[in-house]
Design a protein around this ligand. Structure first.
Ligand code: AMP
Ligand code: MG
Length: 329
């Protein structure tokens, strides 16, 4: 199969719709990462996503819809605080987990009685979802366990020859996957941290917890079980910049080409041209992390990362991804 990369226009949207209705997959941009979309109503189409990505079949998918789509056709929208969250953050990088009405393929939720729904704000995503006017099941458009894609070229690198179409909307501005928040209970619970932080949700809903799986309990967000987001090269992660610099030097002495992944303030501790610079603001770090991991794996034998000290707000999401990518969590 040939994989086309097309700018988003009337012609490529018409092709995208035709492909989805045939049970095929279309990759599309969002403000977080690129998604791999298929018709959420079709078992066959949804199974295709798992097959192409090599995704474990107990890790449910998020359904994406345009901002005018009637959510009541998909889920029971019961909690008044959920409406407040929608008003405050949607369209945007927040996925809400509701009780499902069972109107999409059961394979989307892997047999759970809930459904995760997201309304992305990226204009290209909105144009695509509006044009097809379907619930679109979409995980990130990478091979399972690899770093999520934040450009059409990243999608092509992972899925070339396996999907027919990538809609190119440029580089993703957000950079890490959406916040996943369960809204079935008396107050919201964050299952996966992201650019809509726990603190932001708490401000709107009055209370918000972050779910931490207890030993022996069945996890509520199956994606948490898996190693994720890992570059192909070796990685190591340090809290101390001095230790990272020492390890970097040791790798180089052993003849291993090392690259440092760190905040701008530490860049001077490493040789020029060997720094994958995260910047210094949380939004910058989120936006750059995956592109730098993908750049690093192409050139480095080993990425030596320094974990940023800040862990509140959206840094909780950034650190979660960095830990999964570099520490094997
Ligand atoms: P990805 O599509 O790779 O960004 O991953 C989707 C994330 O959403 C995973 O962490 C899933 O476990 C989570 N998710 C999707 N649907 C549900 C659901 N119904 N209940 C809980 N978590 C979900
Ligand atoms: Mg993913």
């Amino acid at each position: 199969m040939q994989t086309q990369i097309r700018k988003i226009d009337a012609e490529s949207l018409a092709l995208a719709k035709e492909l989805l209705l045939q049970g095929e997959m279309v990759a599309f941009p969002t403000e977080t990462v690129y998604g791999l979309g298929a018709d959420a109503r079709s078992d066959e189409a949804v199974l295709n996503i798992y097959r192409v990505k090599g995704r474990p079949q107990d890790n449910p998918l998020i359904v994406h819809v345009h901002k005018g789509f009637d959510l009541n056709t998909l889920v029971y929208d019961e909690r008044p605080y959920a409406a407040k969250l929608r008003e405050a953050f949607l369209p945007g990088p927040l996925t809400l987990v509701y009780r499902s009405r069972g109107t999409v393929s059961k394979i989307v939720s892997c047999g759970l009685d809930t459904l995760a729904v997201r309304v992305p704000s990226h204009p290209g995503a909105q144009a695509f979802l509006k044009y097809v006017d379907l619930p679109v099941a979409a995980p990130s458009a990478n091979l399972s366990k690899h770093v999520s894609p934040v450009s059409a070229q990243h999608v092509f690198y992972d899925l070339q020859g396996r999907i027919p179409l990538i809609l190119d909307g440029g580089a993703c501005s957000g950079g890490i996957e959406s916040t996943v928040c369960d809204v079935t209970g008396p107050y919201p619970t964050v299952l996966r941290q992201g650019l809509v932080s726990r603190e932001m949700i708490e401000k709107v809903a009055g209370r918000c917890d972050v779910y931490v799986p207890k030993a022996g309990e069945q996890v509520r967000s199956p994606g948490m079980k898996y190693k994720h987001y890992a570059p192909k090269c070796r990685t190591c992660l340090f809290d101390s910049a001095e230790e990272a610099a020492a390890r970097f030097a040791a790798f180089e002495k052993e003849g291993q080409r090392a690259y440092a992944l760190c905040e701008s303030k530490y860049a001077g501790m490493f040789p020029q041209g060997r720094v994958l610079d995260l910047g210094d603001k949380p939004e910058e770090m989120a936006a750059r992390l995956y592109a730098l991991l993908r750049e690093g794996e192409q050139v480095a034998d080993v990425i030596v990362a320094i974990r940023p000290a800040e862990h509140d707000g959206i840094m909780a999401g950034v650190l979660n991804r960095l830990n999964k990518a570099c520490a094997g969590d």
